[in-house]
Write a protein that binds this ligand. Structure first.
Ligand code: ARG
Length: 363
């Protein structure tokens, strides 16, 4: 997509952006966008544009402006946005990733020693299932808001070929959304395999254009290794299974990612590691989570949240972010993914979950 002439595009959106920005600062929004987008930062960035795709500040922040209940409120429309709009991205990144400041650099990929990971709940008392995912962007493509219909189709075609070449425990089927029956799609969402449709945060960020073109899910035969194509990121590679065997789930994700990366070049920055659409996912991009029931600890939600926070964990509802807990089941995962290795992110999650279980047992 050719960038539009700078002044024309900026002028059209600037009035709307000013109004929405004023609404944000007057609101009681708890978003990191509100916390860090001071008038000075806003003024300094409001006329900037990324060189290749012409993305503006509005393209970065429109989701947070429209959704005042955002936790974060910003996305990078293309990889250059992280640099051009660094005053706002850097501040949000440092807060979210617990201290990754502008003079930090993300370490090189290190999956680490797998024997350090165990079954977190060998007696099956608390953990219902375990999931580890990572996100990847494909080199040479922008992120969702700048993608054309052709980009979506190209990525999907490329991935269909890649999936066909998988071996050992990975082979399976790619299912494009365009050819999926509604009831089947709903079923896969219900069973926590597939992404939900119509996420208002992504929609407001213009991340759902041409939907459902180019979107789909690959599942291996056992439905323990999945890849989401062109949802929030170009790729989300997921390993999951019932129970608490974190070591096995992590091992399988590494197997899948390694096989895929032999055939696809992933976008990586020297400073931020693997690049993703949302700054919360930069770096390792790893979110290792359990679906867990902690009846005693969760009877005091504030306590559960504060213990989790102490261990750098994030508590979400049963269906992930922006959802409530159902039947006392929580989705708990590592919060930071940037500034530490893959191994350290997993270890942080393992240590935290073991601690939560110890506390539950002591109550
Ligand atoms: N933009 C949303 C918010 O600020 C989601 C942020 C993190 N989640 C994500 N899927 N990227 O609440």
């Amino acid at each position: 997509m050719a960038p539009q002439p700078k002044n024309c595009r900026i002028k059209c959106v600037s009035k709307i952006m000013d109004e929405s920005y004023n609404r944000l600062i007057q609101s009681d929004s708890k978003s990191l966008l509100k916390k860090y987008l001071s008038q000075d930062v806003y003024n300094a960035l409001k006329e900037e544009q990324t060189p290749t795709y012409g993305s503006t500040l509005m393209d970065c922040i429109q989701s947070g402006l429209m959704n005042l209940d955002s936790g974060v409120g910003i996305y990078a429309p293309d990889p250059e946005a992280y640099t051009v709009f660094s005053p706002i991205f850097d501040a949000i990144i440092e807060d979210y990733h617990l201290g990754f400041s502008p003079n930090h650099t993300h370490p090189p990929l290190d999956w680490g020693d797998l024997t350090a990971f165990q079954n977190l709940d060998p007696e099956n008392r608390y953990i219902i299932s375990t999931r580890v995912r990572c996100g990847r962007s494909i080199e040479g493509y922008p992120f969702n808001p700048c993608m054309t219909e052709v980009h979506y189709k190209e990525i999907e075609q490329k991935m269909t070929d890649v999936f066909r070449g998988l071996s050992s425990e990975l082979p399976g089927t790619y299912r494009p959304l365009t050819k999926m029956m509604r009831c089947e799609q709903e079923r896969l969402i219900e069973d926590h395999y597939l992404f939900k449709e119509g996420d208002r945060f992504l929609k407001a960020a213009k991340a759902c254009q041409f939907w459902p073109v180019g979107r789909g899910i690959f599942m291996n035969k056992d439905k323990t290794f999945l890849t989401w194509v062109n949802e929030e990121d170009h790729l989300r590679m997921i390993s999951m299974e019932p129970g608490g065997d974190l070591g096995n789930v992590y091992r399988r994700m590494i197997l899948g990612v390694t096989a895929i990366q032999e055939q696809v070049n992933f976008a990586r920055s020297d400073r931020f590691g693997f690049l993703t659409f949302c700054p919360t996912n930069l770096g390792t991009t790893i979110r290792a989570s359990v679906h867990i029931k902690l009846p005693k600890l969760s009877s005091d939600k504030d306590k559960m949240k504060s213990v989790a926070e102490e261990h750098h964990l994030q508590v979400r509802g049963t269906r992930g972010e922006h959802t409530e807990s159902e039947e006392g089941i929580y989705d708990i995962s590592n919060k930071r993914r940037l500034g530490l290795t893959e191994f350290e992110a997993l270890k942080e999650m393992q240590d935290g979950i073991l601690k939560l279980i110890t506390i539950e047992n002591s109550l």
